[in-house]
Design a protein around this ligand. Sequence first.
Ligand SMILES: Nc1nc2c(c(=O)[nH]1)N[C@H]1C(S)=C(S)[C@@H](COP(=O)(O)O)O[C@H]1N2
Ligand SMILES: [Mo]
Length: 242
Amino acid sequence: MAEVSSTGGPAGPTPDQGEKPIGRRAVLGILGLGGLGIAFGQHVQNGISDLLKPLRGTGLAGLVPGGGNFTLYTVTSGFPAPPPDYKLTVNGMVERPVQLSVRDLEALPATRLTHDFQCVTGWVVDDVHWTGVRLTELAKLAGARPSATVFHFSSFDGVYTETLTTDQVEQSGAIVAYSMLGGPVSKGHGGPVRLYVPGMFGYKSIKWLSTITLTSVVEEGYWEQNGYPVDAWVNGHGPSAA
Ligand SMILES: Nc1nc2c(c(=O)[nH]1)N[C@H]1C(S)=C(S)[C@@H](COP(=O)(O)O)O[C@H]1N2
Ligand SMILES: [Mo]
């Protein structure tokens, strides 16, 4: 995955800007994260989130490489430009396929969340503000058929895909976000509209969202075809399995 650039999240110093290089080294030593690249496998992911837990809320997460700030990812060569007349399509096993502009989305019942965002590579941003429309709301609007048990997502970057079962959608309260970090979703963060899946690793939160297709078959998403688990709960299970 290409790291295009970093952007200031709401929290913490970064290793480059911070005033405590000794602290940084100590933290990296404690965590054993100094040489960490991309981690594969559920146990590795759980290990990372467990390692980061003691740092949450202390501001020290900002001392982990990339911690406390978003890193902007794209699997293509840059940030794709939205089509001039951008509309989000909801189709598949529905009574009435719909196409929604950002204004249409903003006119639907809004859900506001404050929740962290974490990537399997180890960075976490605490307390990010998100606003959008729940996927359950969009399914209702389009008249999802009872036999539709899976949401499939695609991006106008032409490459990235994701998938969630209706159970995962309901448990997570996933939203189609048109606002994050206190403003419209920026181009780098996947604007005009991205997914946000609370409780799941960041790779589920597909950027530059173009189409939501209701289906009955789980088709692995982009990173899942490359070895990431389809079930991406940060704590290993959804809230209802507690
Ligand atoms: N279209 C698209 N969506 C994507 C990605 C991507 O490369 N392309 N990266 C995913 C991963 S691995 C993470 S951690 C988050 C990162 O979100 P950010 O770029 O806003 O920091 O976006 C996810 N959604
Ligand atoms: Mo990620």
